[in-house]
Design a protein around this ligand. Structure first.
Ligand SMILES: [Zn+2]
Length: 475
């Protein structure tokens, strides 16, 4: 019998605001424990929270980017539960009236577009951190208390591991394009929980679901869902029943294990936070934020195809990350040759970034300098082959292309006398091939071109080489 997996994802996205959600404390990562704190985030009696405007704006931007309905009025609520690293005894979140609801995230699967529907996007604050790996004691670091998060809840519309992965990648791309989060999964800026169930293909009713937590990379999300799908099928095939529970993904053992049952029966006693006024979003604010939205990947890729005449595939690669697309456009502005710019960015630049594991924003060759280099090729000063050498030297020395070409004498030689000398030498050294060519085996022409270029260390202007070779061989 054939099963299908049904997945819904809850994603916590940490916003990159400078200060926390309800106080002025810094959100900087990696500070000494318990130093980014004040009476509000320490939950001292009588301290009063004030909502950070940026948090609301970021939530609205994400809502607009995913086609959500933005509530003109929404409520911050207290979600009550005890946890050692949550000093207040409750978390400020949103319950009945979230800031965004509805909306979709479009993923491009192999079978075409698929829209994964969103239940809601709401604002909440993060909790602190318990540290268990120092001696026998547990330590609490509350630096993270009050750091703003957006929780993005999808409907169980996802039907495969691949779709789950594409959905997560798409959301990652959207928050990065919006500039509201660094989207770094390893540092916990994007955290994902998955609700997983299986059912027979064609069945209408959902199976019993389990919730998986603790997946901190794209790979682990895929692995964990895959594992859970297999586990469910295995239980059902053996006549067992699935227990509704929360399970942890163990990346070392590559398996999920039971964490707690009956999670879904919890009553958090939500109620509106009496210390915080309702969030109001008027039309003026909506219109202003709409204007601040960036051009999104699909639209940008389409424009690249129209405006620059590059293939759709190239446009897709170049727009996958906003910063790479920005870099590419700056190279085009600097050199005026979009196709060459696209080849260089997709080839050499992306390869170097991968090798060095750095983002394009900290790449040592600026787009203006790469534009110069591309310009030198177009202008006939250097060949493509030499340009690759120059590019390496630019990375090593930090010098500009022109400086390197001049300093190292790499400019292309178009001087006929010099090229003629080289051609003559090659012809004299290879009488056999000359005979072949003259008896009609013109395919050996390529061999001569190669030899001449080699003799001139790649610096000869290939057009001139071709001309002179032809004359000499045929004359
Ligand atoms: Zn604080």
């Amino acid at each position: 019998m054939s099963y299908e997996v049904v997945v819904g994802l809850e994603i916590h996205c940490q916003l990159n605001t400078k200060s926390k959600a309800f106080c002025g404390c810094s959100t900087e990562f990696g500070k000494p424990a318990n130093t980014n704190v004040c009476p509000v985030c320490l939950a001292l009696p009588g301290a009063l929270p004030v909502l950070n405007r940026r948090v609301v704006e970021d939530a609205v931007k994400l809502g607009l980017a995913t086609g959500c309905t933005i509530a003109p009025r929404s409520i911050l609520a207290r979600k009550n539960y005890f946890y050692p690293d949550l000093p207040k005894g409750y978390q400020i979140s949103q319950y009945e009236e979230p800031v965004c609801s509805g909306g979709t995230v479009r993923v491009d699967t192999d079978e075409g577009h698929k829209d994964v529907r969103l239940v809601r996007i709401h604002i909440e604050e993060d909790a602190g951190k318990s540290i268990h790996d120092i001696g026998d004691d547990t330590f609490i670091d509350v630096n993270r208390c009050g750091v703003p998060l957006l929780e993005i809840v999808s409907y169980p519309d996802i039907r495969s591991v691949r779709e789950a992965s594409l959905y997560l990648q798409k959301l990652h791309q959207i928050v990065k394009y919006l500039g509201i989060s660094d989207g770094n999964m390893e540092e916990g800026s994007l955290r994902c929980d998955a609700n997983v169930s299986v059912r027979l293909k064609g069945a209408e009713k959902y199976g019993t679901r389990t919730e998986i937590k603790n997946m901190n990379s794209f790979k682990s999300v895929e692995k964990a869902i895959e594992y859970e799908e297999m586990r469910h099928i295995d239980i059902l095939e053996n006549g067992g029943t699935i227990v509704q529970e929360t399970r942890l993904w163990d990346a070392d053992k590559q398996e999920t294990r039971s964490m707690r049952g009956k999670e879904f029966a919890h009553d958090y006693r939500y109620f509106p936070d009496p210390d915080l006024v309702p969030i109001r979003i008027d039309n003026e604010m909506l219109e202003r934020l709409k204007l601040e939205l960036p051009e999104f990947p699909n639209a940008r890729a389409e424009r690249f195809v129209q405006e620059f005449g590059i293939p759709a595939y190239d446009a897709g690669v170049l727009t996958a990350e906003r910063e790479v697309a920005d870099y590419f456009e700056a190279v085009v502005r600097a050199c005026g040759d979009a196709k060459a710019a696209s080849n260089w960015v997709m080839g050499e630049v992306l390869r170097k970034l991968k090798e060095r594991n750095v983002p394009v924003t900290s790449f040592s060759v600026s787009p203006e300098r790469l534009g110069d280099l591309v310009g030198l090729i177009a202008g006939g000063t250097i060949s493509n082959t030499i340009a690759k050498q120059v590019f390496e030297r630019m990375l090593e020395t930090g010098d500009g292309a022109r400086t390197i070409v001049e300093k190292e004498g790499l400019a292309q030689v178009s001087d006929t006398a010099e090229i003629e000398k080289a051609v003559q030498g090659v012809i004299e050294a290879n009488p056999g091939q000359v005979g072949q060519y003259r008896s009609g085996k013109t395919k050996v022409f390529g061999f001569f071109v190669g030899q001449c270029m080699k003799a001139m260390k790649g610096k000869a202007n290939p057009v001139v080489v071709n001309e002179i070779l032809k004359q000499k061989l045929e004359g």
